[in-house]
Design a protein around this ligand. Structure first.
Ligand SMILES: Nc1ncnc2c1ncn2[C@@H]1O[C@H](COP(=O)(O)OP(=O)(O)OP(=O)(O)O)[C@@H](O)[C@H]1O
Ligand SMILES: [Mg+2]
Length: 376
């Protein structure tokens, strides 16, 4: 496997010596705040990203993902907070002094420049000579698997190829950090999946730190080491995919990743009851302190078992809908108090069910999480 460090076969002395950079840099964001008039786009965000880590910023539209990224890149200045890259305070440094590569949602290639000249452009800006520019641009194109495309014009490339050129241009000067803002959202599904793999490969090959903005949860979960969930400018949780899925920090995170039932329960500090019937809870069901009173039980549909209506401990329910989905079937039912519950079961072995059928729903101990009913 080749790395950009070996891109030209020449000593990389010039740039690495100047920046002290060889691989990824750690990023430390502390109390980052950015306001636009009355809107607080980023609200006291703090993030510690390790050198070489791949972090995805995930959140609904308007949650502040791009604003965080633009602050990291230096295209936008925060109102408060500090940004350290590789231990250096970059908060007020202009973009070109941060040694960061950036890829945007829409391929932003110069239409009048050839592919090779597009890729070499950042090197030209940095005053690197023509011969070295050409060699490094060709090597960067090789990394994104576009060797031999240098003489083409951008319009002669497919969308995915153009985005790979943008990627080559972002890595050609060996940045310590690569920032990507929804780089794949303009691509169709197949191309997107191909590019996801390419970017993962690049990440492990180059060892650089990547911060990747997306609002596609699948993309975030499959690509990143850790995912930060943003909502209204605040980080709700930053954790590896599995933790986000299994122990979401709050109901927003719980609902944002995957499918989650939220069932109103009465919590007395020891037991959670639905219509008087206790649901067994594991010892660490409560993620945060839950005051006694109305609370929310959160349980993934695939954790709920469908049983006979008279099974001991099962919650009596009535089937309202059955959605066959090949390997799995989604059974939508209502509890006695009318609350809807979704249960997903392997299709094989599921008894024949029809709307109106009476069933029992079993929530095994340890399958449910408990959250306060009132979220801050
Ligand atoms: N230049 C600006 N002027 C005024 N308001 C802005 C500006 N940039 C962002 N905002 C506001 O800040 C908030 C966060 O915007 P941001 O672009 O960071 O969200 P996002 O998470 O990237 O959303 P999307 O998924 O739609 O790209 C939004 O309410 C947006 O309207
Ligand atoms: Mg955005």
């Amino acid at each position: 496997m080749r790395a950009v460090g070996a891109i030209t076969g020449e000593p990389r002395a010039t740039e690495s010596a100047r920046t002290g950079a060889t691989k990824g840099a750690a990023i430390s964001v502390r109390g980052l705040t950015r306001r636009f008039g009355s809107v607080t786009a980023v609200d006291a965000v703090s993030l510690e990203i390790a050198a070489g880590e791949f972090v995805a910023l995930l959140g609904p539209s308007g949650s502040g993902k791009s604003t965080v990224l633009m602050s990291l890149a230096g295209f936008d200045l925060p109102d408060e907070g500090t940004i350290l890259i590789g231990g250096e305070d970059c908060t007020r440094l202009p973009p070109h002094r941060r040694n960061i590569g950036m890829v945007f949602q829409h391929y932003t290639l110069f239409p009048h420049l050839s592919v090779a000249d597009n890729v070499a452009f950042p090197l030209k800006m940095r005053g690197i000579g023509r011969a070295e520019r050409r060699a490094r641009a060709e090597a960067a194109l090789d990394v994104v698997r576009l060797s031999g495309f240098g003489t083409r014009m951008p319009r002669q490339l497919s969308g995915g190829q153009q985005q790979r050129v943008a990627l080559a241009r972002a890595i050609v000067y060996q940045p310590r950090v690569l920032l990507m803002d929804e780089p794949l959202s303009a691509l169709d599904k197949n191309l997107r999946e191909e590019m996801q793999i390419e970017i993962k490969r690049l990440h492990s090959e180059l060892g650089i730190t990547i911060v990747f903005v997306t609002h596609d949860q699948g993309e975030a979960l499959t690509m990143a080491d850790r995912v930060a969930i943003l909502r209204q400018g605040r980080v709700q949780q930053i954790a590896p995919a599995r933790t986000l899925y299994e122990r979401p920090a709050n109901l927003f995170a719980a609902g944002f990743i995957g499918d989650m039932n939220r069932i109103a329960v009465a919590w007395d500090g020891r037991a959670a009851r639905i219509a008087g019937q206790a649901v067994p809870l594991g010892p660490d069901a409560a993620i945060t302190a839950v005051p006694p009173g109305p609370a929310i039980l959160a349980v993934r549909p695939e954790r709920i078992e469908i049983a006979a209506p008279d099974r001991a401990g099962a919650l009596p329910a009535t089937v309202t809908d059955i959605v066959y989905g090949g390997a799995g079937t989604l059974v939508i039912a209502t509890l006695q108090d009318g609350a809807p519950v979704r249960a997903r079961a392997p299709s094989a072995g599921l008894p024949p069910l029809e709307p109106g059928a009476r069933i029992g729903l079993v929530v095994p101990a340890g399958a449910a999480l408990l959250y306060p009913a009132e979220e801050p």
